[in-house]
Write a protein that binds this ligand. Structure first.
Ligand SMILES: O=c1[nH]cnc2c1ncn2[C@H]1C[C@H](O)[C@@H](CO)O1
Ligand SMILES: [Zn+2]
Length: 356
């Protein structure tokens, strides 16, 4: 059978669990919004700006990679800008064939002007709602769940966790912490995670990206994370012959989803190349692997491109792409019955045609 081509991958339904709103703006939108607020950018032509983001993020360090967000966050400080960015995000993901996405952002980073946390969340949720309606009209339906992120070097995680629970019936489906990992362990935010568990709410934690096993261990065993944002360094607990250490065995046994982001990991130095990315080993060992974009602007990528890169590097076919997609859908934070509908009525029928 021919290996999946890029155009066919775009048409196949895909599920995305790890995508940052402030890491997915269109370069042209960054330029227009920057002009409105007088923010100076490193380039004023959309192609050159897009290239600047990719090159600046290609730094080999998470800390330097994160510096590029200064330019996107700076232009997302009004309700209309947040609404527009969320609206375009929904359209862009839908046009790429994503049928389910969880998109995250940190409300506390959008208070530089006069917004409140509630208004920030309201503007993003409205943007997603209207973007999803427009995508459905265009014949590319998509469902989007929002995750609220707290920045791990700050001290607002409890407040953001409460904000997420407060908006749970309006589209917020989960919580996360992000930012520089080394020096900021997940247990710094233990009170927020314990609160979320008492509320029967869902959360993922960026862990095992720029820091190793202790971060993953804390995220799972102290904080109770449902999923791992990246978690790629779980390979440090797997020996050369595929023998699993206790933590890796626990993660696999409990089917804890790994939100792997191949291109982002190469840019931050967590993997040497796509071909050497641990996703190959983790899939062979049947961890609950999912494929994600992380930051489409900083990596110049999309869900289809990430899958095409894996097809090229590992020789994957439709059955592996379906497996990643069903894994993601099973691991989503929306209710079980709604996940099943997407798996049985959208994903499986499409892949069975592609597999035929
Ligand atoms: O991959 C990441 N690791 C840690 N933090 C990240 C990553 N991608 C984005 N962020 C940060 C920068 C954003 O401003 C913030 C909220 O989306 O999350
Ligand atoms: Zn991330």
């Amino acid at each position: 059978m021919l290996s999946p081509g890029y155009e066919e991958i775009v048409k196949a339904p895909k599920a995305l669990l790890h995508d940052h709103l402030d890491g997915g703006l269109r370069p042209a939108t960054v330029i227009e919004l920057a002009a409105e607020v007088g923010h100076e950018l490193p380039a004023t032509d959309a192609t050159r700006l897009g290239q600047w983001f990719i090159e600046a993020a290609d730094s080999g360090s998470l800390e330097r990679y994160l510096e590029t967000f200064a330019h996107t966050v700076a232009v997302m400080q009004t309700e209309s800008a947040l609404h527009r960015v969320a609206y375009e995000c929904a359209l862009d993901l839908a046009a790429d064939g994503v049928v389910y996405a969880e998109v995250r952002f940190a409300p506390e980073q959008h208070l530089d002007r006069d917004l409140t946390l509630h208004r920030v969340v309201g503007a993003v949720l409205a943007g997603f709602r209207e973007g999803c309606a427009a995508a459905a009209d265009a014949g590319t339906p998509i469902r989007i769940g929002t995750l609220l992120t707290a920045m791990r070097h700050q001290a607002r995680s409890m407040e953001i966790a409460e904000l997420a629970v407060l908006h749970r019936d309006e589209g917020v489906v989960g919580f996360d912490i992000a930012g520089a990992e080394a020096g900021y362990p997940p247990t710094r935010h233990l009170d927020a995670f314990e609160y979320l568990q008492r509320e029967n709410f869902h959360f993922t934690i960026h862990a095992g990206e720029a820091f190793g096993l202790p971060s993953i261990w804390q995220a799972i065993q102290w904080c109770g994370a449902d999923r791992l944002g990246h978690g790629v360094r779980i390979v440090d607990d797997i020996s050369g012959n595929g023998q699993l250490g206790r933590l890796a065995a626990y993660v696999r046994d409990k089917r804890i989803p790994l939100e792997l982001c191949p291109s982002s990991n190469v840019q931050t130095g967590a993997a040497a190349s796509i071909a050497e990315h641990p996703i190959g080993l983790l899939r062979d060992l049947r961890f609950r692997v999912t494929v994600n974009t992380d930051n489409r602007l900083m990596s110049g990528t999309s869900m289809s491109r990430e899958m095409a890169l894996l097809v090229e590097a590992f020789g994957y076919g439709w059955s592996e792409l379906q497996w990643f997609t069903v894994n993601a859908m099973k691991s989503a934070f929306i209710p079980f019955d709604e996940r099943l509908v997407l798996i049985n009525e959208v994903i499986k029928p499409a892949y069975s045609k592609l597999l035929a």
